[in-house]
Design a protein around this ligand. Structure first.
Ligand code: FAD
Ligand code: SF4
Length: 509
């Protein structure tokens, strides 16, 4: 009797111990299903890249001597749901066992768990052999602590994996965190590394998606998609990043520019999240670059922190808060997303760039996601769940375990401050400092309430006024309230009026 092993679209790790040996009794299953394309409206490139990478993975498994059953979206036998296909395949292969690797999404985890309960078959879940921490580790680690600080978690991870650590246990360079050095504006030099990524032609796959009427948005770029399809390509991307971008990663980590979309970011999130790359190999490679004098410590430390710190930490938050995390909305925000989230057509240049880039390439870097798009959404009071669904759909690297805590928690403070000790909000001043967006914008970043005043400004002050009861006593937000206290009642009224006016016509901004 056969054993079926399900491989999900974000489990494309050829080094998983499942594949150590070939066994004729084991059939590996990969499936393209509508339940996965349709749970949220996705960017075309996300669906294309995932299906193309799954097909590549299946072909390589077959070439390696494994038995593989690949169900395409347009396969007549496809029942368009993971579990319905599993039931049919279990019958077809007269399987005695069905196994899967731990899903990262609560939704899929739950669907498989419930399906298994109703089966006469033997079922089991294997480790995905990818993450550095256990799903449920965070609550244990922080037990008894009021605030679950990322920095505390990160230092433990540095010690546990002996990363950037000296023999006596102290952090390399005498500091755990070099964030302070990593906040420079990009003056235009050094030049952004050229896009080295080999384009792939996915026109045939795109035609199939269209024939099946899979709803998508964003630019498909089906004939020249540049996301890695397999581990070999992902490793080549890693090497290019280490040589050409890592040396400047730290300096310009928070910078934004209309002349350089990617700056010195790694673009490795897709390869990491679908498990083509292992987080430890990525950070050890970066550490090696530092030890060999190829990249400065501040850059390497910043990069390592994103991966062994933030990435693992948000995953722990996700599992500690699910189910129900996606419904949190402590600030009671509920405005629908303005229409330009789907077109990029707004006169606010920062948003036009950040959203335009997201629609064009299915990627934007962290500060664009947090301090341009997320910041605006929070200041305007957009519905956090609708925003979460937009982020989950638009980004190539968006999988709920990592996207939801970042969007709902870090960026929208909708969880009441589990991740962020204070809301990430800023006026035009921050965007002007970190980017060239304000130059040439239709709005004036120095004005607060004239008709051409930057919308961020009035919305920023109004945010503090609206949420005074909640944040007025938060020491970390004291400065904003101090400034507000210096404003006269007429100024406060004008700010409120301008903010209300903006909120009424978000679509037209
Ligand atoms: P780099 O800047 O080169 O960073 C290196 C790696 O660090 C990334 O590839 C990623 O794996 C990891 N990383 C960095 N920051 C974070 C973070 N905050 N949380 C988790 N991992 C991090 N990242 C996703 O992978 N998927 C998402 O759906 C996602 N949604 C986000 C939503 C919002 C509102 C915000 C503020 C951030 C989100 N991030 C998400 C985190 C981050 O923006 C992306 O990981 C990053 O922009 C990916 O590009 P990169 O590979 O060039 O990253
Ligand atoms: Fe964005 Fe305001 Fe600057 Fe325009 S002026 S780019 S809207 S921050």
């Amino acid at each position: 009797a056969a054993t079926l092993r399900l491989i999900l679209g974000d489990q494309l790790n050829p080094r998983h111990s499942w594949f150590d040996q070939c066994d004729d009794q084991v059939v590996y299953l990969l499936m393209e299903v509508r339940s996965e394309t349709d749970y949220v409206l996705h960017h075309a490139q996300k669906v294309l890249a995932l299906f193309a990478a799954m097909r590549d993975f299946a072909a390589r498994l077959k070439a390696g001597g494994h038995r593989v059953r690949y169900i395409r979206l347009d396969d007549p036998s496809n029942r368009q749901s993971l579990v319905d296909n599993l039931s049919a395949l279990a019958r077809h292969y007269q399987a005695s066992q069905v196994q899967w690797q731990a899903p990262d999404e609560w939704r899929v985890d739950e669907a498989l768990r419930q399906w298994a309960q109703a089966q006469p078959l033997q079922t089991s879940m294997a480790d995905s052999e990818h993450f550095l921490t256990d799903r449920h580790e965070l609550p244990r680690l922080f037990s008894g602590r009021k605030q679950w600080l990322m920095e505390h978690f990160y230092r433990q991870m540095r010690r546990r994996f002996e990363l950037l650590l000296e023999a006596d246990g102290s952090p390399t360079g005498g500091q755990w965190n070099f964030d302070h050095d990593n906040r420079k504006r990009w003056p235009g030099t050094p030049a952004e590394p050229a896009d080295w990524r080999q384009p792939h032609d996915h026109s045939a796959l795109w035609e199939m998606l269209q024939a099946c009427a899979v709803p998508t948005f964003g630019d498909p770029q089906a004939s020249q998609l540049r996301w890695p399809l397999n581990r070999e390509e992902a490793l080549a991307h890693l090497e290019h990043f280490i040589t050409h971008a890592l040396p400047c990663f730290g300096d310009f980590e928070d910078a934004m520019s209309s002349r350089a979309q990617r700056l010195f970011h790694s673009l490795l999130s897709f390869a990491l999240n679908v498990k083509m790359l292992h987080p430890l190999e990525v950070v050890r490679r970066a550490e090696e670059a530092y030890r060999e004098g190829q990249a400065p410590l501040a850059a390497v430390e910043g990069f390592v922190r994103q991966i062994i710190g933030w990435r693992e930490y948000v995953r722990g938050i996700y599992w500690s808060q699910m189910p129900g995390y996606e419904d949190r909305n402590v600030l009671d925000h509920g405005l629908p997303l303005p229409a330009w989230f789907w077109t990029g057509q707004t006169r606010m240049r920062c948003l036009q760039q950040a959203i335009g880039q997201s629609l064009q390439s299915a990627h934007a870097h962290h500060i664009q996601r947090l301090m341009v798009i997320g910041n605006f959404a929070l200041l305007a009071g957009l519905d956090p769940k609708a925003l979460h669904q937009w982020y989950l759909g638009v980004y190539i690297d968006a999988f709920e375990w990592v996207e939801l805590p970042n969007t709902l928690g870090m960026s929208q403070w909708a969880d009441g401050g589990i991740i962020a000790t204070k809301p990430y909000v800023s006026s035009a001043a921050y965007i002007g400092r970190m980017s060239d967006y304000c130059q040439g914008c239709a709005y004036d970043p120095r004005q607060r309430h004239s008709e051409d005043a930057c919308p961020y400004n009035a919305l920023y002050w109004d945010f503090f006024l609206r949420h005074q009861e909640r944040f007025g006593k938060n020491a970390r937000m004291g400065m904003a309230y101090q400034q507000l206290r210096k404003m006269d009642t007429q100024e406060l009224a004008r700010l409120r009026e301008r903010a209300a006016h903006l909120r009424e016509r978000l679509d037209q901004l």
